[in-house]
Each structure stands twice: as C-alpha cells, then as structure tokens.
Design a protein. Structure first.
Length: 539
C-alpha cells in the first residue's frame, strides 16, 4: 500500500489539566494465546449458548516494542468534553440510552463522570483540541496491562470490586489501576483507539473487521457477569460514527514522535515454528504405485430414498494418467501425530496459523472427550488404548504440516483413488461386491490401522474405505471431473466455498464406494484423518 504522508499538526487551542502517566519504552506482551481465547469462548458458550461471541480476534499473542509515550491517567469527563463543545471545536454529545440520566452530559452533578455517547471523530477532535491524540491499540493495551501479559490491570485474578459496574466518577476505583497507575481501563466505559479494525498479524480467524470501524478497548459488558471473560485484551469493533448507543468514551495520549503502527512495532508473533523436514524420506511403510492409467469417478448414479444422487460429483468416469508415486500403507496414527506435535512444541495456530489438531488440554478449553491427543506438562501424549488408531480431529493444515515434516505431502484426489481401487474401476478395495466385514452395522467402524485384512487395495494399501475419512491435497469443486486434465490432475485452483476434498466414505458413503467425495473447510477440526504421499525427487 502507498504510505500515508505525515499528518499536518493542528494547533492546540484548548487546555486539559488531567495528569498523564509516562509509559517507558520497551517490549510488552500483547494479545492472547489461542488456547486462552478458546477457553473463554467455551466459558461464554456454557453460560450464554444463544449469544454469539468470540475472543479469537485477540490472537495471536505477540511481543511488541513501543517507544516512550504518555497517556491520560483518567478518562475524559463530561466537564472536560463540554468545554470543547463550548469552544466550538467538538460536537455535542449524542442522545444516550435509557441507562443514562437524560441530563447526563449537561448536569454539573455528572461533571466528573466519563463522557459517553462519543463517536471516534468526536474523540479525535477533543484530543486534537488539547494538543494530544488518541492512543493506538498497542499503546492502550500496554498502559492497561503492563509488560507481563496479565489478564486484568491489577493481575490475573478477577475482582469485580476493582471496576465500575455502574455510572461512577472517574478514578473511583484506584485499586483497579494498571501497573503504570492508569485508572479505569477496564469497566463499563469502552475507549476509542486510533486504530482501524484489522486482524492481528498471523491471525487467520473471522473477526469484526471493517474499514469503516475503529477499535474500542476496555469495555466490560456487566449484563453478563458469569465466568470473567473480559480481559484487557478484549477488542470491540464499532462504526466510527457510532456514539450514543454504546457506553463509549476515550482518553488521550502524547509522544514526541508519531506512534509506530503495530506492524512496525511488532517484534515477533508467539506461534511455534515448524521444525525442518527430515533429511531422508522413510519409505519402509509406504506402497509404490506405478505410473499408468486408471479409471476415476463413476457413471452409475447412487440414489438415496430421498432421491439424492450421492455420486453426482463423481461424474463422469474418466481415464487419468498418473506418474509413479508412493503412498502410506496405513493412515497416520495418534502416536505418530503426537510425536509431530512434540517436535513442533505446540498445536494452536502452529500449522500455517491454524490449529493443527484438536487436543485435550488438562484443565483447558472444553475438555472435549472426543479428543484423544492430550497435552499436560508441555508434552503431547495419547489417551491409553488409542495409540495405534488413526488420528482424527486434524485440520487440513495440520495434515499438510505433518506430511511436510516427514518430507512428504498429502496425496492428490487422483492419487488417493488410484491407490484405493487400482486400474479396473472397482467399487471397493476388494472388488465390486459389498463385504459387510468392512463396517459394523453399516456405520462407522473405527479400528487400529491395518487390522482388517478385507480392507486392502490392489496395491496393498489398508483402510481406504471406512475407519477415518482422509484429507487430500485438492481443493473441492463439484463438477471438476467434467474438465479434469488427463495427466496428473491436482484439482481446481480454488475450491467451492473454500472447501478441501476428503476421501474414504463411512456409513452410506462407504456403500457408494471408493469414488465417494466429501469436503470441508481446511481449518475445520472434525473426525478426519489422513495419510501421506511422496514422489521420488520431490525433495
């Protein structure tokens, strides 16, 4: 983007005698880890299942270095703002809601209360009038929590008595001050910052981002007072011209030079780095699939009792030529994936910025009993008895990262299907007649990898039908087979609705056979597993 020119200073014509606090230069912890955000998401959902909320837009945790600056010890009050209005520099306060007295902005009784009903433009105007500016989001957070990443201004233990939960004069809770002595940074008054609503670096998750919104910090919604989720890292994105509907005010900052952007101040993002791949690919548990043609897809419909053709996205059957490749004989197991996570040193946002796999963290988010990967004491282990079962709840990014760690890659859809059905277009690994031994009661049957002799492809690859559905490399497109190339197809350039393809049917999908196709968002954590492929010379 084109750099913006430095702003032209506007001469200050007003006066503001509020004390300012010096925040010395140096690094601090900004944002939160994905695990912390997920825990708070879960705490929120447990108490308010019908109210959508997410704290993941506070991620990832970052180390940020800021130069020295000064920030108001107290929020701007009604009296201070009214002086700017009287000077003709600021707009009058907008209409406030029913939770404010009708004369809140004008009655001298409320002179020392925080001004509310302020748009971002109003806040900018006031700070300019007194020769200051709005703090950046990073400046606000450092002033509020210090350098150690604490949850609240006073520490890590929640204490509602330290904040204003009703309308009160500024500075009424000095025991709730930050390490720098900044007061009222966490209460019912949210505070405008100078920053537009944007993602943090390396954050890949949906959030309240719009170029017409600015970030508000420090807002505690006291209507929801269950397990405290309102850390000083909480971000709210509000339209810049919105004022009266919200409990929104501000405070001002000052520095000798313009403040750095977050990108300029960022030292590092606290996300584990992927370990280097192995030097030599281990082919001992891989199967060689020779070059040549095979039949991919299906021309025969498979219609359910509801009239749905489950083979609609597998049409037409077509000839595909593939170069020779290797593919894992077995699906990747929990034990193998745990070794990978221990090598990485983390699972949250560690795989291209996304969660690698669902992990049950001791005392952590959700304590999901369907997760069999465990994290305790900094080490990843597997729930007893599941070591040799196919790993599940792995994202596409987590599967791709694992394969890359071993010097391999995910197989393409075409490679997966050829390895599963051979060259004769068979329906199932063993032939064209259904064998009920491959499933239990015609539904999902999960077993240790390689333990079912019936479920072996013509090339000797195990569990290509059932057990776990498997991620493949391709983006998904429903009609891709209509125009798929003859030689080494790798899928469309981008998938429908950003889905990645999944192979290996379970339940009714298994009846459909080895041409079955499924799909999911690549960041999704569901019951999907995977296996890896390798082409000689790819490294």
């Amino acid at each position: 983007s084109t750099p913006l020119p430095p702003p032209t200073p506007v001469p200050a014509t007003g006066y503001d005698d509020v004390p300012m606090v010096e925040v010395p230069a140096g690094e601090f912890i900004m944002g939160v880890s994905y695990d912390d955000a997920e825990q708070r998401n879960w705490d929120w959902y447990q108490e308010y299942p019908d109210l959508l909320n997410s704290f993941t837009h506070e991620t990832p945790r970052m180390i940020v270095n800021l130069p020295t600056y000064f920030i108001d010890q107290l929020e701007v009050t009604n009296a201070r703002y009214r002086a700017c209005v009287a000077a003709g520099f600021c707009a009058p306060v907008g209409e406030l809601g029913a939770e404010h007295p009708p004369d809140y902005a004008t009655n001298p009784r409320y002179d020392d209360y925080p001004v509310h009903g302020i748009t971002w433009y109003d806040a900018m105007a006031y700070c300019t009038w007194v020769g200051k500016r709005l703090p950046t989001e990073a400046e606000w957070e450092k002033a509020a929590r210090g350098t150690d990443g604490r949850r609240y201004p006073w520490g890590n233990g929640w204490d509602v008595s330290r904040i204003a939960t009703t309308l009160e004069p500024v500075g009424s809770h000095p025991d709730g001050a930050s390490p720098y002595g900044v007061q009222d940074v966490l209460d019912i008054t949210g505070e405008w910052t100078s920053d537009l609503a944007q993602r943090y670096p390396e954050n890949k998750y949906p959030g309240p981002y719009s170029t017409s919104d600015h970030i508000v910090r420090g807002l505690v919604d006291v209507h929801y007072t269950g397990e405290p989720v309102w850390w000083v890292s909480v971000r709210e994105a509000l339209p810049s011209d919105e004022g009266g509907r919200e409990f929104v005010g501000f405070r001002c900052a000052r520095s000798e030079t313009p403040p750095p952007s977050l990108a300029e101040a960022l030292v590092r993002v606290d996300i584990p780095e992927m370990p280097p791949p192995v030097a030599t690919v281990d082919l001992s548990d891989m199967v060689y699939v020779p070059a040549g043609e095979f039949i991919m897809g299906s021309n025969e419909p498979y219609t359910t009792t509801d009239g749905i053709n489950l083979r609609a996205d597998q049409f037409p059957a077509h000839i595909v030529y593939l170069d020779a490749f290797y593919i894992d004989r077995y699906e990747v197991t929990f034990a193998e994936y745990a070794r990978f996570l221990n090598a990485v040193g983390g699972h949250s946002q560690a795989c291209e910025g996304y969660m690698c796999a669902g992990v049950r963290v001791a005392g952590g988010p959700r304590d999901n009993q369907s997760y069999h990967l465990l994290l305790e004491g900094g080490q990843y282990t597997v729930e007893s008895g599941y070591e040799n079962y196919p790993v599940d709840h792995v994202s596409w990014y987590g599967a791709a990262a694992y394969c890359a760690w071993l010097g391999k890659r995910l197989p393409t859809e075409a490679e997966w299907e050829k390895a599963a059905r051979g060259t004769d277009g068979r329906l199932y690994p063993w032939g064209n007649e259904w064998d009920p031994r491959s499933q239990v009661d015609d539904v999902l049957h999960v077993h240790e990898v390689g333990s079912e002799a019936v479920n072996v492809s013509p090339y000797g690859v195990y569990d290509m039908l059932g057990n776990r559905e498997e991620w493949v490399a391709d983006w998904y497109a429903r009609e891709y087979y209509v125009h798929s190339p003859l030689h080494n197809p790798t899928g469309p350039a981008k998938g429908e609705r950003n889905y990645k393809s999944i192979r290996s049917g379970i339940g009714e999908g298994a009846w459909v056979g080895l041409s079955w196709r499924n799909w999911s968002h690549p960041w999704g954590i569901s019951i999907f597993g995977f296996r890896c492929a390798y082409t000689p010379g790819q490294d």
